[in-house]
Design a protein around this ligand. Structure first.
Ligand SMILES: C[N+](C)(C)CCCC[C@H](N)C(=O)O
Ligand SMILES: O=C(O)CCC(=O)C(=O)O
Ligand SMILES: [Fe+2]
Length: 421
């Protein structure tokens, strides 16, 4: 663990044991040339949320609310929330960061029960709420998920009995929409029932959340087996699980599928939680996980038919993780659209194929597959950055209406409804 815990760090423990309450002002003269840290801790209160801090040569170490945080001095100056540095109305920085001396150090530091006060050499005073610091420090962020989720296989998803929302609740109540988005964020899939089986009503459902992401497929699209586009999706063939638009630099965040007509057999939809599968790889074969998150790949879409001339290229690894907490945020997996691998030498290529195979094996485990038959009236939302979809081959006329949404926009609406997203 990066952060030194209370029990293991003597000066803090000692300060707490003896309930030392010292409100002191430290002058910058305590920075001795050969001393990298000042071996004295200062605490503000003997109670649970005691704050202790120590000035080091190049950072301020703050212990508060069970978290040991280290702050760079330029950062502390740059994030100043005073009226002259930050516009609280627009939430924008007014301070010109380039005007901050990169060797800046505070002239004075003190804390009380709730706040850290820093006085800078020019006399400017910065105040930080201690809770704000916990929330916004690197150490605090490492202990949090950007997006809390429930990873699932078939059993977990089915046992959760996640309710669908009805067309009317979804359109007419904020609670209906909020519950729907809550489940969608947790599981990466969600259903709206009783939707009139038309393109227009599917569009209405989409636009209840945000505006539609128009792409080379248009705003609303229909998938029929007419080979109207140069892609296997437009046939009756089975499709292995994949994410869509891997060949966009930013793959579409959300897909809506509404099977408005099917007269025939087969055509069930396959869903698999890519993050569940990737997490199995992370635990069982950490090096493979690492490789899949580091090797960038190209995906490509080329079509040349009347009215549709496109050449799209997207570059990025299969697994995308936030560097500070290793949380997965996007999987880019489409073996149909994966282009030439030319970004790594031959020996890494072998390892990459082996890692890719492990992920594929996880994705294809029958117990990880959720099969659903989409019927007219049921709209499926898929988090295309997380959940893979596929389909069984089919016979007869089948028409799938749908559209894409941008992830940013769906998260925006979710946040406005009070959800953590
Ligand atoms: C969903 N919609 C029918 C519009 C797109 C079909 C795109 C198929 C493509 N192979 C991909 O995976 O992106
Ligand atoms: O036909 C289907 O069920 C899905 C086709 C597909 O993968 C797509 O349209 O992206
Ligand atoms: Fe697809």
């Amino acid at each position: 663990m990066w952060c030194r815990r209370l029990a293991g760090f003597y000066p803090v423990a000692k300060a707490l044991q003896t309930h030392v309450v010292r409100k002191q002002v430290l002058r910058s003269s305590i920075f001795h040339k050969n001393v990298t840290s000042v071996p004295r801790w200062f605490s503000t209160a003997p109670e649970v949320n005691v704050c202790s801090w120590v000035l080091h040569k190049d950072h301020l170490e703050v212990f508060y609310s069970g978290t040991c945080m280290r702050f760079n001095y330029v950062w502390l100056r740059d994030h100043c929330r005073s009226a002259s540095c930050f516009n609280a109305k627009t939430n924008q920085r007014s301070l010109d960061t380039a005007s901050v001396d990169l060797d800046i150090q505070p002239a004075q530091v003190r804390t009380d029960e709730t706040t850290l006060y820093l006085t800078w050499p020019d006399g400017h005073i910065t105040r930080y709420g201690l809770e704000w610091l916990v929330q916004n420090s690197y150490e605090g962020q490492q202990q949090q998920l950007v997006q809390p989720r429930i990873l699932w296989n078939e059993r977990i998803y089915k046992e959760a009995n996640v309710p669908s929302v009805s067309y009317l609740e979804f359109l007419e109540t904020n609670e209906g929409l909020r519950n729907f988005l809550h489940n969608f964020l947790l599981y990466g899939i969600a259903f709206v029932d009783d939707v009139p089986a038309t393109r227009e009503d599917t569009e209405r459902i989409a636009e209840r959340i945000c505006h539609i992401r128009e792409t080379i497929y248009g705003k609303m699209w229909d998938v029929t087996s007419d080979f109207s586009r140069e892609d296997t999706a437009y046939t009756k063939l089975a499709l292995d699980c994949h994410t869509d638009t891997t060949y966009f630099q930013e793959p579409c965040g959300i897909i809506l599928f509404h099977c408005v007509r099917h007269e025939g057999t087969g055509g069930r939809t396959l869903l698999a939680d890519g993050f569940y599968a990737a997490d199995q790889v992370r635990h069982q074969h950490p090096n493979d996980f690492e490789l899949l998150s580091n090797v960038p790949l190209k995906h490509e879409y080329i079509e040349n038919i009347a009215g549709n001339n496109n050449h799209m290229v997207g570059i990025g690894p299969v697994l995308n993780v936030y560097p500070w907490n290793k949380e997965l945020y996007m999987i880019r997996y489409n073996n149909y659209d994966r282009s030439v691998i030319s970004t790594v030498p031959y020996d890494a290529v072998q390892q990459w194929y082996s890692a890719h195979r492990k992920l594929t094996n996880e994705l294809r485990r029958p117990e990880n597959e959720l099969w659903v038959k989409l019927k007219p009236g049921k709209v499926l939302f898929v988090d295309n950055w997380r959940v893979l979809h596929g389909r069984e081959s089919f016979t007869g006329y089948r028409q799938l209406s749908g559209c894409f949404l941008s992830r940013d926009d769906v998260l925006n609406t979710s946040r406005l409804l009070g959800l953590k997203a």
